[in-house]
Design a protein around this ligand. Structure first.
Ligand SMILES: [Zn+2]
Length: 326
């Protein structure tokens, strides 16, 4: 009898729920708006409704391994208690695991969304294709998330907050960050930060018309706009500084850059590699002959392979890995 699991990707805008088989093939996905303003109860109801809809099609307890949730951090684990999620105001203190288990009467496993994405890249993306089971992933989206995978398993730290590299300062006394620190990587390499930086340079030319996004700025840069190129060079420099700390500390064989911003890889990667080389002697001693070409036995930094589904797939992987460990 083939088994399956259900993954839930809880985002600030969208709620995605999908059924995956044990070989990570996706059976079906449901996308709903996240009803943040209606409060945690409404969002939990939407999650459970979609899970029950999938169970009605693919089978219940005898086939379903469990439910996995990828949630915005920071989280306390294993309770899956939300601490202060910036994109989910009013959800502080919500105990996702307990609430969902009591409603669904199924095993539920909760993971920070960036950790879930890293787990998926390890087992079904860049880690799988390069043959590495240990990696560190940076997810450049609305914020900068990160996840550390050691020998195929998420490194949580002692209470679930390990791998928050997006909030490691890269510029002393830099831009203020929502976390209360200054100069965090997130303030230079997230889509939000890129749009903000682009607002200054592009709107000046457009007489204040239109809004700038990370994507529209990338299009301007690819069309040759020098100011837009400069913004992405800044993204690469900040990433290189952040990566230098990670590479020198962790000595992982693989670092994966994911999230929507990675579509602009060609625009930021040259500055990223230059800064990484300047800032980490571990990297200098272990870099590949060409940083853009993966080389076994060296420190490789690559673009993610799974795209925006990695968090959802990673969430669905959680029940499988838990059942293997138990
Ligand atoms: Zn921060």
């Amino acid at each position: 009898m083939s088994t399956y699991s259900i993954g839930i990707d809880l985002g600030g805008t969208n709620l995605r729920i999908a059924a995956y088989g044990a070989d990570w093939t996706r059976f079906e996905a449901i996308t709903l708006p996240t009803r943040v303003l209606d409060g945690p109860g409404a969002v939990l109801d939407d999650m459970c409704g979609a899970v029950k809809q999938l169970i009605a099609v693919y089978g219940g307890r005898e086939k379903l391994v469990g439910v996995g949730v990828g949630s915005p951090g920071p989280l306390e684990l294993p309770s899956g208690r939300l601490l202060e999620p910036p994109n989910l105001p009013g959800f502080e203190g919500l105990e996702l695991k307990t609430e969902l288990e009591s409603r669904l009467r199924l095993p539920v496993f909760v993971e920070c969304d960036a950790n879930a994405a890293a787990l998926a890249e390890c087992h079904a993306g860049a880690g799988k294709s390069s043959g590495y089971q240990s990696l560190c992933m940076l997810t450049l989206g609305t914020g900068v998330g990160s996840g550390i995978i050691l020998n195929g398993h998420v490194w949580h730290g002692f209470n679930g907050m390990g791998g928050e590299a997006g909030h490691v300062p890269v510029y002393h006394d830099g831009l203020p960050c929502g976390c209360g620190t200054r100069g965090c990587l997130e303030q230079y390499a997230s889509a939000t930060a890129i749009a903000r930086a682009g607002q200054h340079v592009v709107l000046a030319k457009q007489n204040g018309n239109g809004s700038v996004t990370a994507r529209s700025l990338a299009e301007a840069a690819l069309a040759g706009d020098p100011d837009a190129k400069q913004v992405y060079k800044g993204v690469g420099e900040a990433l290189g500084i952040g990566l230098a700390s990670l590479v020198s500390t962790l000595n992982m064989p693989l670092y994966v850059i994911g999230g929507g911003v990675v579509a602009a890889w060609d625009l930021f990667a040259p500055a990223m590699f230059a800064e990484l080389e300047r800032g980490s002697y571990v990297y200098r001693l272990s870099k590949p002959a060409d940083p853009f070409v993966l080389e076994a036995g060296r420190t490789n930094v690559v673009a993610a392979e799974l795209g925006s589904d990695s968090g959802l797939l990673g969430a669905a992987m959680l029940p499988f890995f838990h059942s293997l460990n138990s």
